[in-house]
Design a protein around this ligand. Structure first.
Ligand SMILES: *Cc1c(COP(=O)(O)O)cnc(C)c1O
Length: 230
């Protein structure tokens, strides 16, 4: 089931790329395995998918211990400063940096380990009250401040679009994200790369790809519905 789902998602990614003349190799599928047991990731690994997304530090560290070390773990959930230290050496990307204070903590912990943290700045493009992330108008300023930290490399932007039954309603947010990333890229800020655009989930990843996503985060479409009561 998981392997069939991944195949279907990959085909949808290819189709979305074809529609707008993009090369599918520009788009990384992140299989969002949060709340799911490691045995499901073992199954998913048979597809060759090596990028997995989690929203809790504890789930990353537990699964990291058990599963093959060539997996690239993506921290996609809200990150508390006191948990940053557990991610060092275990995380390919932190998608959810939304404050200079958090970046300061990342700098401190990664400097101790003499490692570089690859991060994305989380933008709340739709300005939903319930979501973390900064506004688009705050983004350039925050990128400039965080770019000063020597053990952090900003690789791009991330957004969580509103939940929707109709992905077309999110197209404008994705388009604005792409524009924001292009605008910041043009400023040529030292130590800042805008090559990653992490956007699109099960309900809207095709539209996100049409608008320029380079990482899509798909959970339900691969592993099925999540049960938070267990
Ligand atoms: C849970 C989650 C996803 C995956 O959501 P699905 O709708 O299940 O694909 C993607 N991004 C973030 C930040 C998430 O927390």
């Amino acid at each position: 089931m998981i392997l069939e789902n991944i195949k279907e998602v990959q085909e949808n990614i290819n189709a979305a790329c074809a529609k707008v003349g993009r090369d599918p190799s520009e788009v990384t599928l992140i299989a969002v395995s949060k709340t799911k047991p490691y045995t499901m990731i073992e199954e998913a690994l048979k597809s060759g998918t090596l990028d997995y997304g989690e929203n809790k530090v504890q789930e990353i560290t537990e699964k990291y211990e058990i599963l093959p070390k060539n997996i690239r773990w993506h921290m996609i959930g809200h990150l508390q400063r006191n948990k940053v230290k557990y991610l060092v050496g275990k995380t390919a990307f932190i998608h959810s940096v939304d404050s200079v204070r958090l970046a300061e903590q990342i700098e401190k912990e990664y400097a101790k380990a003499d490692e570089i943290a690859n991060i994305l700045i989380e933008v709340n493009m739709a300005e939903e009250e319930s979501k973390f992330g900064i506004t688009s108008t705050e983004t350039e300023e925050m990128v400039r401040e965080i770019s000063q930290f020597p053990h952090i490399r900003i690789q791009g932007l991330m957004t969580i679009a509103p939940y929707t039954e109709n992905p077309e309603t999110n197209r404008g947010y994705f388009r604005n994200m792409k524009q924001l990333s292009v605008d910041i890229s043009k400023k040529n800020i030292d130590n800042v790369n805008m090559s990653v655009l992490s956007m699109g989930m099960t309900g809207d990843y095709q539209v996100a790809i049409e608008e320029g996503a380079t990482m899509v985060r798909v959970g339900t479409g691969i592993f099925g519905e999540r049960n938070y009561n267990k």
